[in-house]
Write a protein that binds this ligand. Structure first.
Ligand code: F6P
Length: 363
């Protein structure tokens, strides 16, 4: 029997289970493949005893409708930058990739499928260069990978943000308030931009377009010209003022990233300080956007990614990441997959169309 190992790394995302099921179902058709899941990113390989589960029919049946990942995940097991707690309580990041490669070789897996975002795909590239038969599957609600037109999880996050936005509109209108809704989007403003258009926001702030708070106050005043009015703002967590920095706090022990979140409150204060007279309220959606059942589009995309990933393994096409391009499920090299992020272009039609709809970016 041949053996394939699947793992999920980085932040979770609706659709991960659909990929796992897609791989397992497609593999079952081949009769001579056994599918294993690695628990909690690469920790399942590092841990002694190893933590793997056999992905039998009963383990994967029906999981495509479930959010999260049945394999669990972590953003603290990067083999190239592995956090090791020191006796003095500090964390040192060490390269444990050779150890991982040796363990994987010992375990004799014929293929590894690494489902993750840009960080995970960079790890896949390093492991591939060291001889690991690896295939990448892109995931992120942020949709910030340029080698694929779309990542699964993004549509679900946009739907959740839009549903929340709709609810905030009725309360903003009832109270003549400005309501700021903060969404995820570390470097890329896709969720903010899409939900702002879908919901009909007056203001949309994204990391790619730093905002001028005075311009925002003017836009708000226009809506209160006849006394009453209301304004709905969508702001991505990574948005920043022209003169200022992104709102962030230190990440947890072992985390490679700072924690974003809180721009809604910062913006609220900036608006007040710049003379905004209206009452302002803030809502931070946070991880609600990453939870729950994936929408149909994400289930389909994730399932097809799983099927394709297994087929690449079958054809021994390692060192590639599955991708959705020009309406087709295809694959790209891991090198291409990790070349550059997919950020919102301020000259794109999407941004120009949003401006045509009178959505202000504060630029
Ligand atoms: O990368 C996806 C993402 O959802 C970002 O938008 C966000 O900054 C980050 O994950 C949050 O990560 P964590 O769950 O570790 O707080």
């Amino acid at each position: 029997m041949k053996k394939i190992l699947i793992l999920t790394g980085g932040g979770d995302c609706p659709g991960l289970n659909a990929v796992i099921r897609g791989v397992a179902k497609r593999a079952r058709k081949e009769k001579d493949w056994e599918v294993f899941g690695c628990i909690e990113g690469f920790n399942g390989v590092y841990n002694t005893p190893h933590e793997f589960i056999r992905l039998t029919r009963s383990k994967t049946a029906g999981i495509h409708v479930k959010g999260g990942t049945i394999l669990r995940t972590t953003n603290k097991s990067n083999p190239i930058n592995f956090p090791v707690l020191q006796p003095d309580g500090t964390t040192k990041f060490v390269d444990r990739s050779d150890e991982l490669v040796a363990r994987l070789k010992e375990l004799k897996f014929d293929a590894i499928i690494n489902i993750g975002g840009d960080g995970s795909q960079r790890i896949s590239k390093v492991l591939c260069d060291k001889g690991v038969p690896i295939i990448g599957v892109p995931k992120t609600i942020d949709n910030d990978l340029s080698a694929t037109d779309m990542t699964f999880g993004f549509s679900t996050a946009v739907q959740i943000a839009t549903d929340s936005f709709d609810k905030l509109v009725t309360t903003a209108e009832s109270h003549n308030r400005v309501i700021i809704m903060e969404v995820m989007g570390r470097d890329a403003g896709w969720i903010a931009l899409h939900s702002a258009i879908a919901g009909g926001a007056e203001i949309c702030l994204i990391p790619e377009i730093p905002y001028d708070v005075k311009k925002l106050v003017k836009r708000i005043e226009l809506r209160y010209k006849k006394g009453r009015g209301f304004v709905n703002i969508v702001v991505a967590e990574g948005a920043k003022p022209k003169a200022g920095t992104v709102t962030a706090t230190k990440g947890e022990m072992g985390s490679e990233h700072v924690r974003l979140g809180g721009i809604a409150f910062q913006l609220s204060k900036e608006l007040k300080d710049a003379g905004c007279k209206a009452e302002i309220r803030e809502t931070v959606l946070g991880h609600v956007q990453r939870g729950g059942s994936p929408v149909a589009f994400d289930r389909i995309l994730a399932t097809l990614f799983g099927v394709k990933a297994f087929e690449l393994a079958l054809e021994k096409k390692f060192g590639r990441m599955v991708a959705f391009r020009n309406n087709e499920i295809t694959s790209v090299t891991l090198e291409e997959a990790t070349k550059k992020p997919n950020l919102v272009n301020k000259n794109s039609y999407l941004v120009q169309a949003a401006k045509g709809l009178n959505i202000s970016f504060g630029d």
